[in-house]
Write a new protein. Sequence first.
Lengths: 220, 99
Amino acid sequence: MKPSTPRTAVRRCRRYVPKRNLARELAKTVVDVLEVAQAHQKQTRALECLVSTESRFVLANDVTAIAPLVGHLENNLTRMRLCDETGLIQVAVALREALVNAVFHGNLEVSSDLLSTDPSAYDALVDERRNRSPYRDRRVYVTARETRTEATYVITDEGPGFDPTHLPDPLDPANLEKPSGRGLMLIRTLMDEVIHNERGNQITMVKRHDSEPKGDDTIA
Amino acid sequence: MQTSTKIDDHKGCIMLSGNFTFESHREFKQATTAALEVPGLTELEMDFSAVDYMDSAALGMLLLLNERANGRKVTLLNCRGVVKAVLEIANFGKIFEIK
């Protein structure tokens, strides 16, 4: 909502208050609208002073939770004015890829090769593992830290982990037409720094202010 | 994601709309299989004008489509925003004609 002066508030309220009740309800409605607008302005002022945030999330293996979480983290980034629209999209794509990897490849231990060769078997295996121990009890842990200069996302699953050094390079001409293995390539290209832990069940992704993606990739 | 298909003589065009992600594989496979079964089809266009987002699994689906096309030309049309960026990062210009 744009800042409201008493005059603009009256103009707005006249649109919504029925004419027959104008005399009785206009004043009260104007006060209500001004209060809401002032609260919004105060919040905006307070958020201008915000210099860092840290939030933690725990996700079950529910893919429908991914988009709302990514949207929430995008809002945090917008508040920090860390990157432009393109940067926001880059972070959103990387987050989504990392979260999908954590749920399907990490916790449920389902290979993307199966999605390529037999999508029905892939769906059946996902459904079955979502309801079977130990897969169903596993969670994805997300820590997001945003400052004015960088955002760091740590995503941990409870699967056995993988060795990121043994993934084929999808840009190698020999692998260009292989249908899987591109999620990490996207993450590495879109984020400024990507670190995997030794076990291979945790990825840390960093996006820095006003920087071009470098595709740096290391193992802790 | 939703699809709609037009076949015009030897050319087919599949219009995709919504988010093209790993959850789209069933719809994508049905639409592309039906189009590739049309006798005499020599070219298949995939129209991305109504696609807002695509992920790495969608890249895999496009590669499998190219394999199933078995020499028939597959063209990616009207790619923009995230779709265009993802295709560029994956170097798909070397495999598909992207317009």
